[in-house]
Design a binder for this molecule. Structure first.
Ligand SMILES: [Cu+2]
Length: 169
């Protein structure tokens, strides 16, 4: 009788041990899975979109490189300059019925565009503050341009320092 009870205690103990093992294995598997996902985010941009809440823009002579395409959720745009010339980032919404080219030629006037922010970064430095976006970006066409000019008088946007993108409905 005493032996039987002892055996039952043993069995219960063994069950509990295997349950703990199972839970531990589950957590480990979950961890591995999450780890795998994180890796994918960084390596494969086609399947997983990086967060666009903060968009980091790197300016060079004469281009913009964006960490992510802005979305309605974008709240902040930062600017770093790895070039040898000073660059600016004008962030604007291109109004319906206008093209980026028209907006640039009209310098945003005549209702072609709505400027949302301007920041400037010195060569090898960063803008003092980001462009802060207070409310969700409405669907439409947006652009980032630099209108500074080279010594020869050529505007940077015409040398490639412009990015255009759309925020979908
Ligand atoms: Cu520039």
């Amino acid at each position: 009788m005493r032996d039987m009870r002892l055996q039952r205690v043993h069995t219960a103990k063994r069950r509990r041990t295997s349950l703990i093992l199972l839970v531990a294995t589950g957590i480990l598997a979950l961890g591995l899975f999450a780890g795998g996902c994180g890796g994918d985010d960084e390596e494969d941009e086609t399947t997983a979109q990086p967060s666009a809440e903060t968009v980091d823009v790197t300016a060079a002579d004469y281009s913009f490189d964006l960490s992510a395409t802005p979305t309605a959720e974008t709240k902040e745009i930062t600017l770093e300059n790895v070039g040898e010339e000073q660059h600016q980032l004008i962030f604007a919404r291109i109004n319906e019925g206008s093209t980026l080219q028209e907006a640039i030629e009209a310098e945003g006037q005549k209702g072609t565009a709505e400027e949302l922010g301007i920041i400037v970064a010195p060569p090898g430095g960063a803008a003092k503050q980001p462009i802060e976006i207070k409310k969700p970006l409405e669907p439409g066409n947006y652009a980032m341009v630099c209108t500074f000019r080279t010594k020869d008088g050529e505007p940077h946007y015409s040398l490639g320092q412009q990015e255009e993108f759309e925020i979908a409905e």
